[in-house]
Design a protein around this ligand. Structure first.
Ligand SMILES: [Zn+2]
Length: 159
């Protein structure tokens, strides 16, 4: 997506800092008929199909800093915008006694928003780092500015 690669350095910096006990990378990992694709009536062109080049994490990301790789959007009929849509991630974080989830990445108004709201619903404290995130505009989805407002109102710390 436009500008997406601009955040890689900042994400690497965050992942390398000792502020965090656990680094979780989430990736879109869709079946070819995923409900978010235009031909299924969703807002997006085909992207991040399981096992294809487009689903790989960006090569500028430092994978060695990633403790857990979590695949999202695997079920054809679930959007997968939140990494908390399935129960596994919440369980992993509770097991590690995580209390604050720091969210950054792509896209601010879609999966960052979804994941941050999901984390709040599960009772975690949430910080959203907009400097390490980028939004994407599309027909029928919340704008980046509105998403940032919504996250603040929902209780996230937005920086
Ligand atoms: Zn997707």
């Amino acid at each position: 997506m436009p500008g997406g690669d601009e955040i890689a350095a900042r994400l690497n910096e965050l992942a390398a800092s000792d502020r965090f006990e656990l680094v979780v990378a989430t990736r879109d990992w869709h079946p070819p008929d995923h409900c978010s694709f235009e031909k299924q009536g969703g807002p997006w062109p085909v992207h991040c199909v399981q096992g294809t080049k487009g689903a790989e994490l960006h090569p500028a990301l430092d994978f060695e800093r990633v403790d857990v790789l979590f695949d999202s959007g695997q079920e054809p009929h679930l959007e997968g915008y939140s990494a908390f849509e399935r129960p596994e991630l919440g369980s992993i974080l509770r097991e590690k006694r995580v209390d604050i989830v720091y969210v950054a990445g792509l896209a601010t108004n879609i999966c960052v928003r979804g994941t941050a709201l999901g984390a709040l619903e599960e009772g975690f404290g949430v910080t959203v780092d907009t400097r390490a995130s980028r939004g994407i505009d599309a027909e029928g989805v919340v704008s980046t500015a509105d998403a940032v407002d919504e996250l603040g109102r929902a209780g996230a710390t937005v920086i």
